[in-house]
Ligand binder design. Structure first.
Ligand code: PEP
Ligand code: MN
Length: 258
């Protein structure tokens, strides 16, 4: 799953979407509703951002994952995205968890930056209790003591989670490290640790990104990483699934708008 931190404008998103699609990503990410530490920071384009994500999805064929922060926005986000992201800051927003549980959409649940594995699994349980069993868990780093990296990537959580649940587990090396130069190493490590997928920030021009500029890969860097994975993932007994092989997603997309 790859794309910019935030949807900024049409050119930025379409350019990012085309590049991650041609590099072999299986989903497009991009935030329309952004949880920002400061209220002065760019908050995202909201519904206009969702519409741009749909357009990029139509053009590239990639399904969309995007964050929903407010229970009142779940319906509109679910109309525009195939996978609903619950961000780290919202992991214990219980009304939101219940609402996405009722949305009929799969959920990408990110670990809170000070949440234990037990707390992450209880949060997933809120979604399951509404009858929604489609939860993907995401390790994105926890708050550490060392500013050398943005967060401390807890890779041991991957086999711990895999042992304790049947849910797919993905790793986000972008928010875990906060620095583009560290993303490839941690992406490799995540796959070696057994992650089922990766969430990676990619921006056509990282220097100009309005959000998380330091951690975005350039399209050529992302493409090189994907090429490398395809070569050595089989050594780990892993397969990189190309979007055209995702039959269920293809089937779901054909019903779009009906
Ligand atoms: C994001 O995916 O852009 C994001 C805000 O992530 P997190 O919730 O992990 O900080
Ligand atoms: Mn981000």
């Amino acid at each position: 799953m790859a794309g910019p931190c935030a949807v900024e404008d049409r050119d930025q998103l379409l350019s990012a979407a085309r590049s991650v699609a041609s590099a072999g990503a299986s989903m497009l990410r991009g935030g329309a509703f952004k949880p920002r530490t400061s209220p002065d920071s760019f908050q995202g384009l909201g519904v206009a951002g969702l519409e741009l994500l749909r357009e990029a999805s139509r053009e590239t064929g990639l399904p969309v994952v995007t964050e929903v922060m407010d229970p009142r926005d779940v319906a509109i986000v679910a109309e525009h995205a195939e996978l609903l992201q619950i961000g780290s800051r919202s992991m214990q927003n219980f009304p939101l968890l219940r609402e996405v549980g009722r949305s009929g959409r799969p959920v990408l649940l990110k670990r809170g930056n000070a949440a234990t594995v037990d707390e992450l699994l209880f949060a997933a349980e809120y979604v399951y209790r509404e009858g929604n069993e489609q939860v993907i868990l995401c390790e994105r780093g926890v708050r550490g003591f060392d500013p050398a990296t943005r967060n401390l990537l807890d890779l041991a959580a991957v086999p711990v989670l895999k042992a304790r649940t049947g849910a797919p587990v993905v790793v986000d090396p972008s928010h875990a490290t906060g620095r583009a130069a560290l993303v490839p190493a941690m992406a490799r490590a995540a796959l070696a640790a057994g992650a089922d997928g990766l969430l990676i920030e990619v921006h056509p021009n990282p220097e100009s990104a309005r959000c998380d500029a330091d951690q975005a890969l350039r399209p050529d860097e992302f493409s090189a990483l994907m090429t490398e994975f395809e070569r050595w993932a089989p050594l780990l007994g892993r397969t990189i699934i190309r979007p055209e092989l995702e039959l269920s997603v293809g089937a779901a997309r054909k019903t779009e708008g009906t």
